[in-house]
Design a protein around this ligand. Sequence first.
Ligand SMILES: O=C(O)CC1=CCC(=O)O1
Length: 96
Amino acid sequence: MLFHVKMTVKLPLDMDPAKAAQLKADEKALAQRLQQEGTWRHLWRIAGHYANYSVFDVADVETLHDTLMQLPLFPYMEIDIDGLCRHPSSIHADDR
Ligand SMILES: O=C(O)CC1=CCC(=O)O1
């Protein structure tokens, strides 16, 4: 199942810079592993915002929830999710 996920990161302004840097490095490592595995299909920065639009390919909603909760930045994110299904006019037959 495909899900469009918007993640907006809101780190506390007074967070220790070293802790913030470690969280971002850990987030990057996991995000890149999930991309290599095919779970995190797309990752786009939203221009002008500390936020991204992503597409996740997971078995079900529970798996999406568990995956998002693993993210090191999860406690500092606002997350909006939309379920995706194939558009009848799409030419991309492999999108489902
Ligand atoms: O910077 C972000 O939008 C949050 C994030 C997701 C994956 C990553 O490496 O950072």
